[in-house]
Design a protein around this ligand. Structure first.
Ligand code: GCW
Length: 734
């Protein structure tokens, strides 16, 4: 039986069609006590150290027979235990510990301080970033050894994970000469986890943080969470929701956070918390939270001192202020810089950072919501303290299936800007739609802002090279919860994985990352990898097609954001409706953001503004994002707009169907448990893609008044039917 495969995966697939034979074969397997492998529920993530095929073991085992790795710190001990765990799982051997390199086949691991052998080698450690590392195969004395070395212990841990990845993905060890430096300093997860263990926009169970049992009970999952994050280079975690609860800053909760920080520390992960701007009133007994008030400033200074006494390496505070009802400095006539700077001054003596979110749109502001963050923040450039970062979502609206990059990137040269991606799939079908986000993030990271000149990609802005930012950061809104598979679905693990790897190096290829992940998480067979990665790589385009083709956006169900609802109108504010964004009428559809409309295009650098603002040149994927286009407008395919919309909606559904078939086709190469879960979810996705297509077509047809192009099936139900669907208990909505 293939290693790591359940019984169903191991028995010959050809028999499956012929059921009596299949049954007989199965019985035979059972009779010979072929044990199903450990239940494959996805818990192990990509750190799945199942025994490698004999061929690989024959290569790797001799090369790793001995381990020279003093473990003089908790981080080195964690690294050593991971290496032993990995090697014993992958190679069924635990290397012997040796003091000196006694024979061929040694792995030397450590820093020059922790391992005397490393201090004697010329390894090129000087040029590494903090937490960077090298992995080399080289002569040490008379022997060829593998050296995993770094300047700091966390770098060693990262090097160990990288080395294990090489084995997991069957890479050659000959002449290894890897030198890895991170491009971005703070690589963080943002948990939108509440103190009652609900998770805002969470689709993978309850919060991992069991606040009630903390600090005394430490769920072993906390350690596995830290291992998984360290394996992809994540070095910071914000434990709590940006829609913050001030209670997390009270002593009882700070001690709970301390307990988590202790678990994470050896893995190089620093803990951050969210700060509710009105905390001085809510838990401090003050009458105001005005940042200009000395008593308020003192309260935050004292609070910072208290936090750092409990958690000495506390990372800092993440703040959502004056956005969607959260309190903030504007409540007192102050601006975002006033608010951020007050907190920055409080944490500064302790080396803390304030991360201030730019996801703001005012309550009164009647202007295009897409313009508001830029309008509020650009005038504040240069006004923030040097320990403040401004965190900007990838697009100007809100994590839509596809958005053009946020115009703030490149527009604040004197303020370090951090990226906020959303790993949890709030607008992408939740956990049951297979959508690999790596390709979308790559699209955003490679986008050229032209600020101040051509070649200033988002990746280069984030890594600080364009504007010489002293601080750099990237955040992903986590998709992790208490579900056994962590992320709500097997394939959603790939998004956590790709986020971490891109945070380490935003120029990596999303396809290469998908390949790594598939090999580690499932199986190394080249055909399997090709098919599975192929399915992942078309998944983002598919969801855009069936939900939001041609630049449509914000047409989902109200509140919970589940399913199509382009008819949403009315309610508390226009920019929480769908009609505000698609603007369909008898003439056409789309939001005019050119000079004849809201002129949001003008927030981009001139060459981009010219491209997006020109109906003839705008990339078609953003057509209706920037233009209101007549129904009979001829698109690049030659089809008129209405037909093109129908074509794309339909193509999205067809792609999901193909994905489902691909997955059926690899059934024999995947353990039954995970295969069945993915297959069932793909079926849900196929039905929901059809629903998105049909409901959208039924609705927009009431404006276009055009027939469907020949050969395209009409919606299955009436528009009234789709409108009548109601989901009061859709997950993730609090
Ligand atoms: O995407 C929207 C979500 C809110 C979220 C907000 C934000 C945390 O619907 O649930 O609140 O963005 O990013 O602040």
């Amino acid at each position: 039986m293939a290693p790591g495969h359940g019984l169903g995966g191991g028995c010959a697939p050809a028999f499956r069609a012929i059921s009596p034979l299949w049954l007989a074969f199965w019985a035979l397997c059972a009779a010979f006590a072929v044990q199903p492998a450990v239940a494959e529920d996805g818990y192990d993530l990509w750190l799945r150290y199942r025994s490698l095929p004999a061929e690989q073991r024959a290569i790797y085992a001799p090369a790793t027979a001995q381990l020279v790795m003093p473990a003089s710190s908790p981080t080195l001990a964690a690294a050593k235990s991971e290496l032993s765990r990995g090697l014993s799982g992958l190679l069924s051997q635990t290397p012997a510990n040796v003091e000196r390199v006694a024979a061929a086949g040694a792995v030397l691991v450590g820093t020059p301080q922790s391992n005397p052998q490393i201090s004697q080698l010329e390894l090129g450690l000087k040029g590494l970033s903090p937490q960077g590392y090298v992995i080399r195969q080289q002569r040490v004395g008379d022997h060829t050894s593998i050296v995993i070395a770094a300047n700091d212990d966390v770098g060693v841990l990262y090097g160990v994970f990288h080395f294990l990845r090489l084995l997991q993905t069957h890479q050659p060890l000959q002449n290894l000469a890897i030198s890895e430096s991170s491009r971005i300093q703070l690589r963080m997860l943002n948990h939108w986890d509440n103190l009652d263990r609900t998770v805002e926009r969470g689709y993978s169970g309850a919060s991992l943080w069991d606040w009630h049992k903390l600090p005394d009970y430490l769920d072993p999952r906390y350690t596995d969470y830290a291992r998984a994050n360290a394996s992809i280079g994540i070095n910071a975690t914000v434990l709590t929701n940006v829609n913050a609860n001030a209670l997390v800053l009270t002593p009882a909760y700070l001690h709970k956070a301390e307990a988590l920080a202790k678990v994470f520390r050896p893995y190089g992960i620093r803990v951050f918390l969210t700060a509710r701007f009105s905390a001085p009133v809510e838990i401090g007994g003050l009458k105001t939270a005005d940042p200009a008030d000395p008593a308020v400033q003192k309260w935050w200074r004292d609070k910072a001192a208290e936090i750092y006494k409990i958690i000495p390496d506390f990372g800092g505070l993440l703040v959502k202020a004056n956005s969607e009802g959260q309190p903030g400095p504007q409540d007192y006539g102050r601006n975002h810089a006033d608010g951020a700077n007050m907190l920055a001054d409080a944490v500064k003596p302790f080396g803390g950072t304030v991360i201030w979110r730019a996801f703001v749109y005012s309550h009164e502001q009647p202007d295009d919501r897409a313009k508001q963050a830029y309008d509020e923040f650009v005038p504040l450039d240069g006004k923030f303290r040097d320990n403040v970062l401004v965190q900007v979502k990838n697009g100007a609206i809100d994590f839509q299936p596809r958005e053009p990059f946020h115009p703030l990137f490149g527009a604040m040269p004197k303020t370090p800007l951090a990226m906020e991606f959303q790993i949890t799939k709030e607008y992408l079908g939740f956990a049951t739609h297979l959508v690999y986000l790596g390709s979308f993030w790559e699209e955003v990271l490679r986008a050229d802002t032209y600020r101040p000149r051509k070649g200033s990609t988002i990746a280069k802005i984030l890594d600080g090279s364009v504007h010489n930012y002293a601080r750099t950061a990237i955040a992903g809104v986590a998709n992790i919860g208490s579900d056994r598979n962590w992320s709500g679905s097997q394939f959603d693990q790939a998004n956590w994985y790709a986020f971490g790897r891109l945070a380490w190096n935003p120029t990596l290829s999303s396809k290469a990352l998908a390949e790594e992940w598939v090999r580690m998480t499932f199986f190394n067979d080249p055909k399997f990898v090709e098919r599975t990665v192929g399915m992942m790589m078309k998944s983002h385009e598919a969801v855009v097609d069936y939900m939001n083709p041609l630049g449509l956006h914000h047409v989902m169900g109200r509140g919970h954001h589940y399913g199509p609802a382009p008819w949403v109108e009315g309610g508390p504010r226009a920019d929480w409706t769908a009609v505000y964004f698609h603007r369909a009428d008898a003439k056409g559809i789309g939001f005019d953001r050119t000079k004849t409309g809201s002129n949001a295009v003008a927030q981009y650098a001139a060459p981009i503004a010219a491209e997006f603002g020109d109906l003839k040149r705008v990339p078609e994927q953003f057509l209706l994002w920037f233009h209101h286009v007549p129904w009979d407008y001829r698109t690049r395919s030659g089809r008129i707009l209405w037909d093109e919309l129908v074509y794309r909606y339909t193509r999205g559904v067809d792609t999901v169907r193909e994905m489902s078939q691909t997955w059926q086709g690899v059934a024999s190469q995947v353990d039954v448990e995970r295969h069945a879960e993915v297959a069932a979810f793909l079926k849900i996705q196929e039905n929901e893609a059809q629903w998105w297509r049909d409901a959208s077509i039924a609705y927009f047809q009431t404006f276009s008044k055009r027939p469907l192009p020949a050969g395209f099936a009409p919606p299955e139900h009436s528009l009234d039917y789709y409108k009548s669907l109601d989901f009061p208990y859709a997950p993730g909505h609090h």
